[in-house]
Design a protein around this ligand. Structure first.
Ligand SMILES: [Zn+2]
Length: 486
């Protein structure tokens, strides 16, 4: 099998001490710093425990928080998390404790604080907690919050109605649609080996190996190989698998109709955004043919696909991109879990993130980028395409602010080419976004140089007028200090 790389969107925040880029020094520094910072010169910080929605538990000292989320430090490693990434009960408890701490005690919470906490609980659909907080607000303000509280409940009911309607429509659409598998060309060709890899199919199609200069004949042959492969996927995964084609993607999915439309929208929006970022004609196609995408409605089906077709267990991820350096092939697979707005947002973010890896794999050359640049760029695109739907932008801003404020070292991130941990994504995103906003032309030159085999220090100097790593570090910190806490 060709050399390949599977990029996956981690499901959990895993603390891997051996990979941790933050030296122990940071912990020592925090012990000293923490009592005098965190949201005000006279306040100290507290330790909270939160449970990310994707599983696990993180307990640590909070160094900052805002309406978006919080940054906490565990064993010297900072984690930036949006509130919406945290299980409702622990998110509410952490936020309530932080505000109480900031005010100097439970009894110091104002009517407005209680009202805000009630709204916070409602956003998480915790009506029990909201009722208690609104009750406190009402009591303290002697009835002054009555109208605002009524409005908050009304908005919650309207939101709930909309969600129920969406669910109903989705159910109806699913019932009525014809889920027969499509007839694809190449019916007469049989694939003899189960679990044949898609990259094998591509390599067989073009023995010469191809990356750039893909002519129409090659595209046609690759497309045929993809369609045959898709048919095999339909055979193995069942008749509920539908094939849809967009301008740049070949999609096989068992999702209901409404979700399929969203899926196509996310993928094409991502493609359009990256085309603009890199000055690529959107009507051309950066992929070999179009990019194959496989989307599954459950974890079991996702893992079955991943194991059978990619030899990957798919255990700790929501999606992955498989890139083959030698022949330029790339495909993606995703799973869907749950149907709340938060679940839908999460899958949207995962798709745009992985889609960016697929696009970057094909851009200029098929050489693999250093992981931190690849992850940073994927998160930056996610924020650009989906905005507030994704925690990426808010997490990056909040975390970068702490690096600037406490002068935390970024270690050997700039020199690293190995995979980075999920908690480092916001840091990578912040640096990548900084480079991108300096000048999009320079950003393109940087990526091109990396894809031609230059190291990051070489590519940086080339694209940014001789900028050194030290200079970049200093400039990036400067840009992130004194930013508003919002
Ligand atoms: Zn990634």
């Amino acid at each position: 099998m060709s050399i390949h790389r599977i990029h996956c969107q981690p499901l959990r925040y895993i603390v891997r001490n051996n990979r941790c880029f933050m030296p122990i020094l940071v912990l020592a520094m925090l012990i000293e710093i923490a009592p005098t910072v965190a949201n005000g010169p006279s306040t100290s910080t507290i330790i909270v425990t939160v449970e990310p929605r994707t599983g696990g538990k993180i307990q640590g000292a909070v160094v900052d928080f805002n309406d978006h989320g919080l940054v906490l430090v565990k064993a010297g490693v900072p984690y930036a998390l949006a509130w919406k990434q945290i299980e409702p009960t622990t998110a509410y408890t952490a936020r309530r404790d932080l505000i109480a701490h900031q005010r100097g005690g439970w009894e110091k919470l104002s009517a407005q604080d209680h009202f805000d906490l009630g709204q916070f609980a409602l956003a998480f659909d915790r009506q029990d907690l909201a009722r208690a907080e609104f009750g406190q607000a009402s009591k303290l303000a002697k009835g002054q919050f009555e109208q605002s509280i009524r409005n908050a409940w009304q908005q919650m009911r309207e939101k709930r109605k909309r969600l129920q309607l969406d669910k109903k429509l989705s159910r109806l659409a699913r019932k009525s649609e014809n889920t027969q598998s499509q007839t694809l060309p190449g019916n007469d060709l049989s694939i003899s080996r189960m679990g044949d890899d898609l990259d094998d199919a591509v390599t067989l199609t073009n023995q010469a190996g191809f990356v750039n200069d893909v002519n129409d004949e090659i595209r046609k042959r690759v497309r045929e190989a993809y369609l045959i492969y898709g048919q095999k996927v339909q055979e193995v995964m069942g008749k509920s698998v539908v094939f849809i084609e967009t301008d740049h993607f070949l999609i096989w999915t068992d999702w209901p109709k409404l979700s399929r439309d969203q899926l196509a929208g996310w993928l094409e929006d991502m493609y359009a955004s990256l085309s603009v970022q890199f000055g690529i004609d959107v009507s051309s196609n950066i992929f070999l043919a179009k990019c194959p995408v496989f989307c599954w409605r459950s974890r079991a089906r996702y893992q079955r696909f991943a194991q059978k077709f990619d030899g990957y267990d798919g255990k700790d991820s929501l999606g992955y991109t498989r890139s083959i350096e030698s022949n330029g092939h790339v495909h993606m697979a995703f799973m869907r879990k749950g149907s709340t707005q938060a679940d839908i947002d999460r899958i949207a973010c995962t798709i745009v993130h992985e889609g960016t890896h697929a696009f970057l794999h094909r851009l200029f050359t098929t050489r693999l980028l250093p992981h931190w640049i690849n992850e940073g760029a994927a998160e930056m695109t996610t924020a650009a395409v989906l905005g507030q739907q994704c925690p990426a932008g808010g997490n990056a801003a909040l975390l970068a602010r702490q690096y600037a404020r406490y002068d935390w070292p970024i270690g050997r991130l700039f020199q690293s080419v190995a995979p980075i941990d999920a908690h480092q994504y916001p840091l990578a995103q912040s640096i990548v976004s900084y480079l991108n906003t300096q000048s999009v032309m320079r950003w393109r030159t940087l990526i091109k140089a990396l894809k031609q085999g230059k190291t990051f220090p070489e590519a940086l100097a080339l694209a940014y007028d001789g900028t050194s790593l030290q200079q970049l570090d200093a400039d990036w910190r400067k840009a992130n200090s004194g930013l508003d806490n919002s």
